[in-house]
Design a protein. Structure first.
Ligand SMILES: [Mg+2]
Ligand SMILES: [Zn+2]
Lengths: 482, 482, 94
């Protein structure tokens, strides 16, 4: 029908429309992506479908059989779901995550599972037991993390869109570093059932897409209350996600937090961010300063709460019922050796921090205090949103950094998420949109709004996207593929 | 020889399996005796990504227990994680309640209740002997069918001062729970399990001594014997000038020996924290009312009713009310009483039930399992009351009922046990007796009534004990004109 | 600050074996991370309520209705050491 090399250039929405119009065959599209994914050199995938499924029925569904790449920590029935960890090597779950099942029911077809930082712990995808992912813009640089494989796959045209998860920035930061759109929805609007948990009170699934429309389209089929997830609430009635259309921002009040921006931000990123604000003003938005006095403590609270929950969530990886086991003559050694041999350094580090923070004598100073800081940060956002509609920041303080640059200094790695973490703690939605380049690498603009304001965020992002006219084709400035 | 007398201080922790259709946090059906690992799902196997959702019925039953024990019910149902690694705990933590138990305070049978909280039961670990795969070492096999059964943990204040009091309290508690219908309360099957915290202190002092914990005793008799053995052990230690070591003990009822279970284990650090997968559920008025409406009459109230309405002796009323099966049987008999329900019918029926019937069946036997129906018992007692049979003959009828069952009137008829009475029948026999004892007759005629027994004895002999003494006396007086 | 002994204690609670090198490295790294975290103590948190959940949901319960369990074979399919219809583990006391 169509020239195969062009098929993977279509956005998901364009593909959906083309299939609906009878101009494109879903199986042909799938095959084009499957072949591209199987031949990729970014290490973005840990598993790729080995054949093209029968998509004749799917083509009648809303998403028309369009392929979907899925972060490896989503359980997919009978398909490896390893969460980037050696302890789950070859693990094939007996059930599908709710989101995966929902999107399959809407007509997507599973293209592959994408690489990630082990158990979603990381900001560079270098903590994967299956090797680091390369940034399609520069193969010597990281794609960001933890959903680095999903971001790289979408940015490189190896998937039309992808599922990721965001705990402290794991969708937004890699989206920014790879020059694509990533949405972290309101906590509770998407089911967590079947997502291999990192930090239960923060984890949320969301879409990666090449443009805002695709992100909106994928999210519109993800949200919903799931009776299997007691923390899921879906969206308020009659608040379905609409595909954005407006090209102006008249009357929109944007807030730039005094307490977050400034120091630690690379000059090129700051320049791109300020240019983006000027563009927004040109579209009719107003920009003002807002105070988030406790946001600066977000990292502190996050690095107690997330490891504490993780230390507990990861206790189930004990070599008894599934996953890898180290042989030993006694139970304790079996446990300790299994967890030593099959878990990576960052995972161990966070398990130790979390265990320490919950242990007798330290709970109040760490865990209880962190939860109180969380209250203050959430309150800060509520106060700020009384005066502005959306809060904008750079998504990440820097562009994609070289592989290996921060692996020896965990704290400097953690500082990557300084803009995304406070939003995660407050449970509110935020989107990262490419707004320009610095040193030839993409810079992300983060737009955050009150709980369930996804429509407002998507509308604003769409208008900005039209004005930025960002070319999301990776220019591969760095080292050639090795 | 002991020179100090000690006071025993005991607090009990009782785990009660709740009678729900499904597990606490998943939909697996609760059945008894299924093949291993056939009642398991992603949630109760703690597969990656699975999430718990609370069972509404378990909370309802928990509230009923709270009502029954006179507890304060918490305004919300909040769960916490209690971390420990053991193969019977698949998540590496137990979902339990820490700082906000569902029920607090309360009292039953003179023992104050500290708290009642809900949690999930552990799985079953079966010793598997030496394993072939792990050379020369012992192994266990885990069956997760029972894992996740809803439990109510009832914790008393240290208000119990003897083994007997502990036994009596547990019997009342078990009856109360059985009457509530919240549990099978079967100790052999493990649906009711009891741990005892035991310490002793010099009589008259108030400071608590070092306590030991006696674990998992599976019958009332073992509990009483175990407590006695532990009190004796502690007394001997203190008398010898030694210290009590805080430890967990196992009582072997066959050898009467107490052995330490975890002497070498490090101090536990459970690292409790709020369960992030479960949002607290408000306990609203509707839930409280529903539980209130489902409350049956409890043993203490039933005893009071037996005393007030039926004028039963307190001991009899307590025996019938605290053994609900006995009380139920008695009330069924009373309802079938040919002479209606009144203190006049209830008194003799209660005495026949608790004295004659129970003595013959054996103290612990449920009369419902015997061949004596409540209606038969009611008829028998009515026959005795009406003097249609004498008390002695009635006991013979009861023996027959126990051996063969049947209808009391028919047994009386068939065995010729009916009372011999009426002037026509008895008058000639009395005349004959007087004629055979002229000297006695003379003394009676002279107003000396002492030898009346000789005449009655004569008549009884002639009627094989089926005459009524009162009627004989009346006839003697009539015939002698005194 | 977190010293070697504390690292080993916490690792034991977490059932995590560490080599000597790892103990050394973790003790240094965790100390610097915890030092950073501890700047929380600058805040007066005495009157602040903790937030465990950001969801404003009323919480969710499940009706007590049975759902299908996994097939026995599926339940055991991923077990590292299945035996006697169950999951075999070494005994606590070797
Ligand atoms: Mg307990
Ligand atoms: Zn289950």
């Amino acid at each position: 029908m169509t020239n195969l090399t062009n098929l993977t250039d279509l956005t998901a929405k364009a593909a959906v429309d083309a299939i609906a119009a009878g101009d494109l065959d879903a199986a042909e599209l799938f095959t084009a992506y499957r072949e591209a994914a199987a031949a990729e050199d970014l290490n973005a995938y840990t598993w790729v479908a080995d054949q093209t499924p029968d998509l004749s029925a799917a083509a009648a569904l809303p998403l028309r059989g369009v392929p979907l790449a899925v972060k490896d920590l989503f359980c997919t029935q009978g398909v490896p779901s390893q969460a980037g960890s050696k302890i789950l090597e070859g693990y094939r779950p007996p059930y599908d995550a709710t989101v995966v099942a929902q999107l399959a029911a809407a007509g997507t077809s599973l293209l592959g599972k994408t690489n990630q930082d082990e158990f979603a712990m990381g900001s560079s995808n270098e903590n994967s037991a299956y090797g680091p992912v390369k940034n399609p813009w520069d193969h010597t640089r990281v794609p960001g993390g933890s959903s680095g494989g999903s971001a790289a796959a979408v940015a490189a045209g190896l998937a039309p869109w992808a599922l990721g998860t965001d705990t402290g920035g794991s969708i937004r930061q890699p989206a920014a570093l790879c020059g694509i759109v990533g949405l972290k929805p309101t906590y509770g609007s998407v089911s967590r059932y079947g997502m291999i948990a990192f930090a239960s009170s923060l984890d949320q699934a969301g879409p990666f897409a090449r443009d805002v429309t695709d992100a909106a389209l994928l999210y519109s089929h993800m949200h919903g209350r799931d009776p299997r997830d007691a923390t899921s609430v879906g969206r308020p009635d009659a608040d379905a996600i609409a595909l954005p259309t407006g090209e102006r921002l008249d009357g929109l009040r944007l807030g730039v937090p005094d307490d977050l921006t400034g120091e630690g931000v690379e000059p090129g990123v700051w320049t791109a961010f300020e240019a983006a604000l000027e563009t927004a003003k040109g579209l009719g938005a107003t920009v003002e300063r807002v105070a988030l006095p406790h946001a600066g403590y977000g990292l502190n609270a996050y690095y107690v709460i997330a490891p504490a929950e993780a230390s507990s969530n990861l206790a189930r990886f004990d070599g008894v019922r599934y996953g890898a086991r180290a042989e030993a003559d006694d139970l304790i050694t079996m446990y300790t050796k299994t967890r030593h041999d099959y878990m990576g350094t960052e995972v161990k580090r966070r398990i130790l921090i979390g265990t320490y923070a919950l242990s007798s004598g330290f709970y109040d100073a760490y865990y209880a205090s962190a939860q109180k800081v969380r209250t203050l940060i959430a309150r800060d956002f509520t106060t700020a949103f009384a005066g502005v509609d959306l809060i904008v920041t750079p998504t990440s303080p820097g562009v994609a950094f070289p592989l290996g640059a921060k692996t020896e200094d965990p704290l400097s790695m953690y500082l990557n998420d300084i803009f995304t973490i406070p939003i995660s703690l407050a449970g509110i939605p935020a989107l990262s949109l490419p707004c320009g380049l610095s040193e030839g690498l993409p810079v992300g603009l983060q737009l955050a709004g009150p709980a369930f304001s996804e429509n407002r965020i998507l509308e604003a992002a769409y208008a900005l996207e039209q004005a930025f006219a960002f070319d999301n084709t990776p220019s591969a400035i760095g080292g050639a593929p090795s | 020889m002991s020179t100090t007398t000690y006071e025993t201080v005991i607090g009990l922790e009782i785990h009660v399996q709740l009678k729900t259709a499904t597990k606490m946090f998943c939909g697996c059906e609760l059945t008894f005796g299924e093949p291993p690992n056939t009642r398991v799902c992603p949630v109760c196997l703690a597969l990656p990504g699975a999430l718990p959702v609370g069972n509404a019925e378990a909370i309802h039953l928990g509230i009923m227990i709270g009502h029954a024990l006179g507890c304060e019910i918490a305004p919300r149902m909040k769960f916490d994680r209690k971390q420990y690694f053991y193969p019977d705990s698949p998540k590496g933590y137990q979902i339990s309640q820490f700082d906000e138990p569902l029920c607090a305070g309360g009292e039953i049978g003179g023992v104050r209740i500290n708290r009642v909280h809900l949690e999930e039961d552990a799985a079953k670990t079966i010793h598997a002997g030496a394993s072939g795969r792990i050379h020369g070492s012992e192994a266990s096999v885990v069956d997760f069918n029972r894992g996740g059964t809803p439990l109510a943990e009832i914790v008393t204040e240290p208000d119990i001062h003897s083994a007997e009091q502990a036994g009596e309290f547990l019997r009342l508690l078990r009856t109360t729970l059985r009457v509530l219908g919240v549990s099978d309360v079967n100790m052999e099957e493990g649906s009711l399990r009891c741990d005892a915290n035991i310490s002793i202190r010099p009589a008259g002092t108030t400071e608590l001594g070092t306590k030991t914990e006696l674990k998992n005793m599976n019958s009332f008799r073992y509990i009483e014997r175990g407590i006695r053995a532990e009190v004796a052990r502690q007394t001997a230690l203190l008398d010898a000038g030694e210290r009590i070591v805080q430890e967990t003990l196992h009582f072997d009822p066959r050898t009467e020996r107490l052995t330490s279970m975890r002497s070498k284990e490090e101090a536990q650090d459970y690292r409790y924290f709020p369960e992030p997968d479960l949002v607290p559920v408000p306990v609203d008025a509707a839930m409280l009312d529903r539980a209130r409406a489902a409350m049956p009459e409890l043993p203490a109230a039933r005893q009071a009713r037996f005393e007030a309405d039926l004028s039963l002796h307190p001991d009899t009323a307590k025996l019938l009310a605290w053994r609900s099966e006995l009380g139920d049987w008695f009330e069924a008999a009373l309802a079938a009483s040919p002479d209606g329900v009144s203190p006049q019918t209830a008194g003799p029926l209660a005495n026949w039930t608790t004295n004659e019937l129970l003595t013959r069946l054996g103290g612990d036997v449920d009369p419902a399992t015997s061949k004596v129906t409540p209606a038969a018992m009611a008829q028998l007692v009515a026959l005795v009351t009406a003097r249609t049979v004498t008390a002695g003959a009635g006991k013979e009828v009861l023996d027959t009922l126990i051996a063969e069952g049947g209808d009391p009137a028919q047994i009386v008829e068939a065995k010729g046990l009916g009372a011999v009475g009426g002037e026509d029948t008895l008058a000639p026999i009395v005349a004959e007796a007087l004629a055979a004892n002229p000297d006695i007759a003379e003394r009676l005629r002279g107003g000396d009534m002492k030898p009346m027994g000789v005449i009655i004895g004569h008549v009884m002999k002639a009627t094989k004990g089926r005459a009524d003494g009162g009627e004989v006396t009346k006839l003697v007086r009539a015939q002698l004109g005194v | 600050m977190i010293d070697r002994t504390q690292v080993l204690h916490v690792a034991r609670l977490a059932r995590l074996q560490l080599t000597d090198d790892e103990v050394e490295r973790m003790s240094t790294e965790l100390s610097s991370i915890l030092d950073h975290i501890e700047t929380i103590s600058e805040l007066d948190l005495s009157d602040v309520a903790p937030t465990a959940h950001v969801v404003a949901s009323e919480g969710a319960l499940r009706a007590d209705a049975p759902r299908a369990s996994l097939d026995h074979d599926v339940a055991l399919a991923q077990a590292p050491d299945p035996a006697d219809d169950g999951f075999r583990v070494p005994s606590p006391q070797a």
